[in-house]
Design a protein around this ligand. Structure first.
Ligand code: UT7
Length: 322
């Protein structure tokens, strides 16, 4: 008996407050022209003071449950990929379980920063293969606005807040071959100073701010994500032409374009939301799935290639038959 993990529903939540590039011009020394030409970003959503990461995650989860036609109590596992948790502990997923009233579903967080969602998909798929869960919510949710240094123009213009959720169902002996096919994950801890937050419970006891060597991360994102994606395709005996939708982490349009060129994936098959969402870290991939799903672009049987790289440095790629 083989068990596969299927997408049964998707959902998203974006805070109502929008911060445009023009708004940023009045806060720091930047310009709409610089941000758009260097990143492709036009605006980002910012959580209200009263909204915690679990609120964003819960709102996205409700949408995914609705689309899957599940009740909260049907869910037996909730995984939240986040690096901006509500509290140092407990896991934000336990707050989501409580807010959803999802019984005693397994609930824990995965912390792999921008690569968190692909890590969470891998964990969910493995646990479903082990028979530990049948109906899961895998959520990417972030409030990066809380860890940005709003005086550092090289980082604060790049990120936004939001959440995306997938309802994932374990199916046995699935004849259509749909579901998560394979995920590859990597980390290189020696690179940690390239992208990190200068705070933490066991270092200085502060929440800290995001620090990044943007050029270094840019180069590593292009080479490592191209390599891992090619390795994944080769392992599965697939070619870039077999991909229906390339769903990359939304960090920078120039990174996405470079990856498309390296992997020979045409622009028409590359899904992007970076202009309106900016970089939402672990939430970016499920936010793209929700946006493209709602527009009717995602069809059963299509092959999706997701990939992401972030702090750690951690990265990964995941192939899914929709
Ligand atoms: O989610 C995963 C993690 N993040 C990423 O993947 C991001 C990877 N990196 C990047 O996306 C890009 O490196 C950035 C968008 C961060 C920066 O783009 P860049 O083309 O590498 O610019 P740069 O850092 O080389 O800066 C070029 C110039 C500098 O001025 P000088 O030294 O040439 O006079 C910066 O001071 O642009 C200046 N600059 C800005 N100017 C206006 C930097 N930030 C800004 C800004 N507005 N916001």
């Amino acid at each position: 008996m083989t068990i596969s993990t299927h997408i049964a529903g998707y959902g998203a939540y974006l805070p109502s407050k929008i911060l445009t590039n023009r708004d940023l011009e009045s806060i720091i020394d930047t310009s709409d022209a610089w941000i758009q030409s260097r990143t492709g970003i036009k605006q980002r959503h910012i959580a209200a003071d009263t909204e915690a990461t679990s609120d964003l995650a819960t709102a996205a989860a409700h949408k995914a449950l609705e689309r899957a036609e599940w009740q909260p109590q049907d869910v037996d596992m909730i995984i939240v990929a986040t690096t901006t948790p509500d509290y140092t502990f407990p896991a934000t997923a336990t707050r989501v379980q409580d807010k959803l009233k999802a019984g005693s579903a397994i609930a824990f967080d995965v912390q792999a920063v921008c690569a968190g969602f692909v890590h969470a998909l891998a964990v969910c798929s493995s646990m479903m293969k082990d028979g530990m869960a049948e109906k899961a919510l895998v959520i990417g949710a972030e409030t990066f606005s809380r860890i940005l240094d709003w005086s550092d123009r090289s980082t604060c213009v790049l990120f936004g807040d939001g959440a995306g959720a997938l309802a994932l169902q374990a199916k046995q002996n699935n004849p259509e071959g749909a579901g998560i096919i394979k995920t590859l994950l990597r980390a290189q801890g020696t690179d940690f100073r390239s992208l990190y937050v200068d705070g933490g419970a066991s270092t200085n006891g502060k929440i800290g701010h995001l620090r990044m060597d943007g050029k270094d991360v840019f180069k590593k994102a292009v080479t490592r994500l191209a390599d891992i994606s090619q390795e994944l395709l080769d392992q599965q005996g697939l070619d870039a032409q077999d991909i229906d939708w390339f769903i990359p982490h939304q960090a920078n349009q120039r990174i996405v374009d470079a990856l498309g060129r390296k992997l020979r994936i045409p622009a028409a098959k590359i899904a992007t939301t970076i202009a309106s969402h900016a970089n939402t870290s672990a939430a970016s991939i499920p936010l793209v799935i929700d946006s493209y799903g709602q527009q009717g672009h995602l069809k059963p049987g299509q092959l999706l290639l997701m990939q992401a790289l972030g702090g750690g440095i951690s990265w990964g790629a995941c192939l899914v038959r929709y």
